[in-house]
Design a protein around this ligand. Structure first.
Ligand SMILES: [Zn+2]
Length: 458
């Protein structure tokens, strides 16, 4: 695929970067997209040959790609503490070791790869490796691979950090298995009680505590992690954009300003199981009808309020083709620019679900399962990043809010955080077709390397 006409000519570091932290001289030249780059999820197999600066990035990317990829859908199934997740964690240990980084696992199962002695004021960067069911290759891994590649670029340049650098891999960011997102960072920040976390269950009834135990991690260690947080000077998370704002602006990279408040609610609709072939219409108490009405109401209500509301997961009892359901559990994901708007959408939806239940002879119960308040990323790390990258040939970076939650958003309650987004040309995310152009990924690595150099070698 051709390089977009609006892509930056190069991604040079600022002219005034300290001599000792100059990245390799061929960095900017090598960000040109090879003529034969494909638009597929795989980066070109020969990328390392044509882009020596990013050889490590491409090698790591290729090593990680097959792990947890479903052969039929092409999507990733890397739910927390499953075999695929454990394989990703092994990959992370090996990839970190190749850069001479020591990996430690904290009490909540998050991984920290240290360049230099672990200590205060560290420049911390990373993301997560778990995925939603049939997720894409970029959501999470791009931030982890880019972080390690950035360390590699500084090492190649002979940089000697005066502060520690840590590359992190937060556990269970997606919340795909146990229903709560960002479990690792929430626990560390003291925003999720350890006993609540341990008792969370997956669809098979396995608790998080049991899943951790069988993976060799002691669930009794879960809890707030002040010592880990005290070491973080700044946390910069690079992430593929989950929308098309950067594409519309013609910008390869952007900085996050805020994360919309968002949450998950379980709507339990109860009725009466009965025979699909013999029960008269007037005798039915079918919770599936109430659920269906609520799904439609969610779209209507949220659209009218400039919010987003989605039922993407449902569980039905007894789940038989020839049986009227007795219970339908539907999980609502709702997001809005402001808390008041989000509260209003959920309250209105609960009201309309109740109204439909009255009509259908069913009952509805709404339970909040997780709520993440609006996050405004602090001005300071963003200002410094904007100035640093804006002074380079990357140019000024658009600053934009997002509807997607991230570990950086959770941690922003406790430590200075910032987020760099890499353009996603289709905006598709949480799907196998999620994608970022090679040149944009490489621009992200350079931006992260420039930030790292600025923080730890200045
Ligand atoms: Zn993510």
């Amino acid at each position: 695929m051709d390089q977009p006409a609006d892509a930056p000519a190069s991604t040079d570091l600022p002219a005034d970067a300290p001599a000792s932290t100059d990245l390799p001289a061929d960095a900017s030249a090598s960000t040109d997209l090879p003529a034969d780059a494909s638009a597929s999820t795989d980066l070109p197999a020969d990328a390392s040959a044509s882009t020596p600066t990013f050889a490590a990035f491409h090698r790591m990317w290729q090593d990680l790609l097959p792990i947890g990829r479903h052969p039929r859908t092409g999507g990733y199934r890397r739910s927390a503490w499953t075999g695929a997740d454990l394989a990703c964690r092994e990959w992370f240990r090996a990839a970190s070791a190749a850069f001479g980084l020591d990996v430690e696992t904290d009490r909540n199962g998050n991984l920290w790869a240290w360049w230099g002695r672990p200590g205060p004021n560290a420049f911390v960067t990373g993301s997560h490796l778990d995925s939603v069911p049939d997720g894409g290759a970029y959501d999470g891994p791009l931030g982890v691979v880019s972080a390690l590649a950035a360390v590699g670029l500084l090492q190649q340049a002979g940089a000697t950090p005066t502060r520690p650098v840590a590359v992190t891999c937060f556990t269970d960011e997606e919340g795909a298995r146990f229903g709560v997102a960002c479990i690792g960072s929430r626990l560390s920040a003291g925003l999720l009680a350890p006993e609540t976390a341990r008792g969370l269950r997956d669809v098979d009834g396995t608790t998080l505590g049991e899943a951790m135990s069988s993976a060799g991690h002691d669930p009794n260690r879960l809890g707030p992690d002040e010592s880990a947080l005290r070491r973080v000077g700044v946390f910069v998370e690079l992430h593929v954009e989950q929308g098309r704002q950067l594409s519309a602006l013609g910008a390869p990279l952007g900085l996050a300003t805020a994360i919309w408040p968002h949450g998950r609610w379980r709507f339990r609709f109860t009725g009466e199981a009965n025979h699909a072939g013999t029960t008269r219409w007037e005798d039915r108490r079918d919770p599936m009808l109430t659920y269906a009405a609520t799904v439609l109401a969610a779209r209507e209500t949220a659209r009218a309020d400039g919010a987003l509301a989605t039922f993407g997961r449902v569980s039905v009892e007894p789940n038989g083709t020839n049986a009227i359901a007795s219970v339908v559990d539907g999980w609502l994901d709702a997001r809005a620019p402001e808390q008041a708007g989000l509260d209003a959408v959920v309250a209105e939806l609960a009201r309309r679900a109740g109204e439909a239940a009255g009509r259908d002879g069913t009952a509805v119960e709404v339970t909040g399962e997780s709520l993440t308040a609006e996050v405004s990323f602090p001005a300071e790390p963003r200002r410094r990043l904007a100035a640093l990258l804006g002074a380079s040939q990357v140019g000024s970076l658009p600053q934009l809010p997002t509807g997607a939650g991230h570990d950086a958003g959770i941690l922003s309650a406790r430590v200075p955080t910032a987020m760099l987004f890499v353009r996603n040309p289709t905006g598709l995310s949480h799907a196998p077709s999620e994608f970022a152009e090679q040149a944009d990924c490489e621009a992200g690595v350079l931006a992260l390397a420039a930030a790292m150099a600025d923080w730890v070698t200045g």
